[in-house]
Write a protein that binds this ligand. Structure first.
Ligand code: FNR
Length: 368
């Protein structure tokens, strides 16, 4: 269908399902075990209600804000997903151009299907890119990756810690992973049981808090932890001097029935506030199940005046890129931006910074 038919994130998912090779669709769309976390990531947003304020002058709406000090046209970003080339020949580069042209930040995966240099070269001047790091067993390689990211102008390092081994992704396991996408996976990978298994040889399961401190010592960039799933670990990350966390269960692809990030966010903010462990340079990002402008506003509002919250979106961008490349990525951003503008108007908020915890009712979410 023509791009102009696309009305929302779900439309791109339908297109991707129809056009992607079976193995790519399985790899992108699957969750682990019974896919309960994957579904709940999304459904949990439905348990948050708005508290819209009326008679606010909402003539001028501004969706822009900053994340980790970088300007962004919206409070959401494209999060790191592996192997964009499975869906589109321009892979991560068309995502870089699409996001950059719309003023949206891109997080780039260690397991991208193109080199970091290529993706950095595709960056639109003035755009922001972040680097997602899987700590390699060989710490020299990990350090080189961080240095390269720094040299290529990445603005933050996100260490993913929720995948010491890859989750049980059965749809994906049923596929043989045929590497015909120029993805350089080396000779050591196991290609006989899906893309996930093939990638898992890149990840070291011994990673612990000492490694986090070591990565911090390698770079002046902000270091954040991606894949935090309890309040305890938000506190650990804060105490370790990280600039923030990503509350995430990897899109429901790792431990099934791990908590939906929006629920964890609602639990986390009051605790961190009570412990006086919030500082302006500690940001809480969140990803998983986000499909709508309303989802984004709910997360940012829960952070409210206490902590800056940014929202990562994964699969919907892979789907938009698979179907339409750069133009698809741009269209999805524009649709979400349009939703944000309308939703902010209806909520009675003109600027992202004006969202407060009083704009949402989280009683059904955390049962206070
Ligand atoms: C991911 N994710 C991921 N995370 C990461 O840190 N490094 C990676 O290489 C990948 N790869 C990856 C591939 C695919 C196909 C998916 C769907 C996800 C997890 C990703 O960053 C994010 O946490 C989720 O995708 C968010 O959920 P939604 O938006 O996809 O529902």
């Amino acid at each position: 269908p023509p791009l102009s038919n696309m009305q929302n994130a779900y439309d791109f998912e339908q297109v991707a399902k129809n056009i992607l090779p079976k193995d790519a669709w399985a790899y992108y769309s699957c969750g682990s075990d019974d896919e309960i976390s994957m579904r709940e990531n999304h459904y949990a947003y439905q348990r948050v209600y708005f508290r819209p304020r009326i008679c606010v002058d909402v003539k001028e709406i501004d969706t822009s804000t900053t994340l980790l000090g970088s300007e962004t046209s919206v409070p959401f970003y494209v999060t790191a997903t592996a192997l964009a080339k499975l869906g589109h020949p321009e892979g991560e580069c068309s995502i870089a151009r699409g996001a950059g042209k719309e003023g949206v930040i891109q997080m780039i995966s260690t397991l991208s299907s193109m080199s970091l240099k290529e993706i950095a070269d595709a960056r639109i001047p003035g755009a922001t890119q972040w680097f997602q790091l899987y700590i390699n067993e060989d710490r020299k390689i990990a350090k080189e990756m961080v240095k390269e990211a720094e040299n290529l102008g990445m603005k933050a390092i996100f260490i993913t810690v929720d995948a010491p081994s890859l989750g049980n992704r059965e749809k994906d396991k049923r596929m043989k992973f045929v590497n015909d996408t120029d993805v350089d996976l080396g000779d050591t990978v196991d290609r006989d049981s899906g893309a996930s298994k093939a990638l898992s040889s890149f990840i070291d399961c011994s990673v612990n808090w000492k490694d986090i401190k070591q990565v911090k010592s390698w770079t002046h960039l902000p270091v954040l932890i991606k894949g935090v799933q309890t309040v305890e670990d938000v506190i650990e990350a804060y105490d370790a001097g990280c600039q923030g966390v990503v509350l995430s269960n990897h899109g429901g692809r790792q431990l099934d029935t791990s908590p939906p990030p929006i629920e964890l966010l609602a639990e986390t903010v009051p605790v961190m506030k009570k412990l006086n462990k919030l500082r302006p340079d500690f940001e809480i990002l969140i990803d998983g199940g986000v499909k709508r402008g309303t989802d984004v506003l709910k997360a940012v509002a829960i952070g409210g005046k206490d902590v800056r919250v940014g929202v990562g979106i994964g699969r919907p961008f892979l789907y938009a890129n698979s179907g339409y490349g750069e133009e698809g990525v741009r269209k999805l951003i524009q649709l979400l931006k349009d939703e944000l503008v309308m939703d902010m108007r209806l909520l009675g908020v003109t600027k992202i910074e004006d969202l407060t915890s009083r704009h949402v009712d989280t009683r059904r979410l955390i049962g206070r």
